[in-house]
Design a protein around this ligand. Sequence first.
Ligand code: PYC
Length: 330
Amino acid sequence: MSVPDFDLDPDRVTRQNSGMEKIICIDSHTGGEPTRVVVAGFPDLSGLSLPAAVERLRGEHDHYRKAAVCEPRGNDVVVGALLLPPVNPHSLASVIFFNNVGYLGMCGHGTIGLLATLQHMGRVTPGTYAIDTPVGTVQTHVHGHGWVEVDNVPAHRYAAGVEVHVPGYGQVVGDVAWGGNWFFLTDAGALPLCRAGVQELTTFALAVRYALRTHHITGSAGAEIDHIELMGAAQTHGNSGRNFVLCPGGAYDRSPCGTGTSAKLACLAADGKLLEGKRWLQESVIGTVFEGRYRLVGDQLIPSIRGQAHVVAETILLLSPSDPFCWGLE
Ligand code: PYC
């Protein structure tokens, strides 16, 4: 059976359904974690800075976020990536990341997915490209076959050895760090860092996040710590460590989490446990791996995260006014 050409032309697909809005997406996964790049169909945000564009989306158009990533078209795991024109003159594009509960600062697996998607679309070839995000511009290096390295925004450890009482678990000690999002990093202890342990890991991580909130433990300027990273030993010989990352909405990251690995690199550097330029192979809870390292530029630590994405679908989302769940089920 021959498959018809798919040219992402929404008019061609639904000529008879002119009452419907359409959102054009390309889906990929990076180390198992999905990214849905929105190529067209969101409201016009031109002329706004990226932080202002996020506020406009949040305040006036949040239903587009829900329509694109929440059920019934998506699920709690999907990270959306709204592709926009560049803000800075030397950048290729801008991106705003979002998920089932809101908007992200940066997203490492999502940036790898975005560049693999742009290559799939014929918009990039192997080379170096700057991408603007709401928390800063990142440099990306496209290597081909979905392999992408991201020089992230500067990362830092904000607080070390923070103690918090977590009901049912007792005193938990960890670090607060920025890797493009806010993280609390602590040891997984005896919890099994594998797929079979996901329920237990999630329950613990949710309890930690709740306790941080209750005790007003935050990132800088009172920022909510919305990602919890549980660390343990690597399970494959030659790798450096394994993590479980709870994302803001309660889903866990199937990838080793680019911003989480960046936060980890900042903590390792602060503890003198990883030297500049040395490789850190970070396993996810499902066993996928990102290669991380960092360099120092003045007093800033710039993490680099390398991983591979696979494009899995070209999708036109249809928004029918007669669908009771047209704008998603949060
Ligand atoms: O890779 O940075 C990341 C990320 C954040 C949330 C999910 N993935």
